[in-house]
Design a protein around this ligand. Structure first.
Ligand code: SF4
Length: 347
């Protein structure tokens, strides 16, 4: 066992994160898989409530496989990166049809499931099955690149290859569940992005970046490109009962398959044309404050416009009994709407 792994394991016994809802004894691979997918783009504190809610709604992989995609997206709504939810659902169906509902525990089978990459497969098998598999998520990349002073961008295949080599080199042949959790905890809680806590780090003695005092040079930073900004008006049609109009978005593009308001370019001509097209009798009643929602590649400015409309009941929904998967900005507008005029939406 390398000294890195030994020091990390000793530290983990006292300082590692324990008692997270997906850490049971013995581990439940369904829970571990679910948490790893949720944690791919999201921090532990945010994931906990979503995870608890998800397993109430879908207690097993078979129940997840038999659910409607709409139900799955509704449970996921607010976590973002919705392709993860769709991949979970697809994977559950594969596990039910090809593995009789029993979660595969071999690397070659696991890696074929949608949304499961090399590092996620490694994490699942280490954490749930104690198999000696390497992990290389963002936190581990950062810790290893500092510990070994690995130069280069993560997007360069040469750098990535070297980090995988090191991740495999340090992976011990025993105590793999603990080691996997420990190395992820190291990156998430000690070797953090800004101001790593080297004085409390269990591997600081041999960490090259710490010895050279150039921790902040690793990982090598790319020059940040400025994200472009776009603007949209969200047309929040409300009927006399206070119910709101929502339409299901197409299965491609942003928020695919989720429910959202009508939208158009944020200018007067486009807004009045869109309102007329929806219903000639509709009229603007108020403008809510504009807000920014950021995606990886751009910022979206959203202007919510509240419009009274004598609309068709079938397309209008009671905001207190929604039960639909809606993206985060729609959720935000609904809560603004609720506080704006709670009495009207209670029917
Ligand atoms: S000593 Fe500092 S830089 Fe090195 S691994 Fe630990 S926290 Fe990261």
């Amino acid at each position: 066992m390398t000294s890195f792994a030994k020091d990390l394991l000793a530290w983990f016994q006292e300082h590692g994160r324990k008692g997270l809802p997906w850490q049971s004894s013995p581990p439940d691979i369904y829970h571990v898989w679910l948490s790893e997918i949720m944690l791919q783009q999201t921090q532990v504190n945010t994931v906990i409530d979503y995870f608890n809610n998800f397993i109430i709604n879908f207690p097993s992989v078979v129940e997840l496989a038999n659910a409607d995609e709409e139900e799955v997206l509704t449970s996921w709504a607010g976590l973002g990166y919705y392709s993860r939810a769709r991949n979970l659902h697809k994977s559950a169906k594969i596990i039910l049809s090809e593995y009789q509902g029993i979660f595969p525990t071999s690397y070659s089978e696991l890696i074929t499931l949608p949304g499961v990459g090399e590092s996620t497969a490694g994490a699942i098998l280490s954490l749930a099955c104690n198999q000696p598999r390497a992990i290389l998520d963002g936190n581990v990349k950062r810790a290893l690149s500092r510990y070994h002073r690995v130069a280069g961008y993560y997007s360069d295949s040469k750098t990535l290859k070297e980090l995988w080599r090191l991740a495999k080199y340090h992976t011990p042949s025993e105590q793999n569940a603990d080691y996997a959790q420990a190395i992820m905890d190291l990156g998430a809680t000690i070797c953090v992005h800004r101001n790593p806590l080297c004085s409390r780090c269990p591997v600081s003695r041999h960490c090259k970046a710490n010895l050279c005092n150039d921790q902040s040079s690793f990982p090598q930073k790319k020059i940040r490109t400025i994200r472009p900004e776009k603007s949209l008006a969200f047309l929040v049609y409300r009927n006399i009962k206070g119910h709101i109009y929502l339409a299901k978005r197409p299965n491609r593009g942003i928020w695919s398959g989720l429910w959202s308001f009508s939208e158009c370019e944020d200018n007067e001509t486009a807004i009045s044309a869109a309102i007329k097209e929806h219903n000639l009798e509709a009229s603007i009643v108020s403008l809510l404050p504009k807000f920014k929602h950021s995606f990886t590649h751009y910022h979206l400015w959203i202007r919510p416009i509240i419009i009274n409309s004598p609309g068709l009941e079938k397309d209008y929904h009671n905001i207190n009994k929604l039960g639909l998967g809606v993206p985060a900005p729609v959720k935000k507008i609904i809560s603004m709407l609720d506080s704006l005029n709670p009495a009207e939406s209670n029917e």
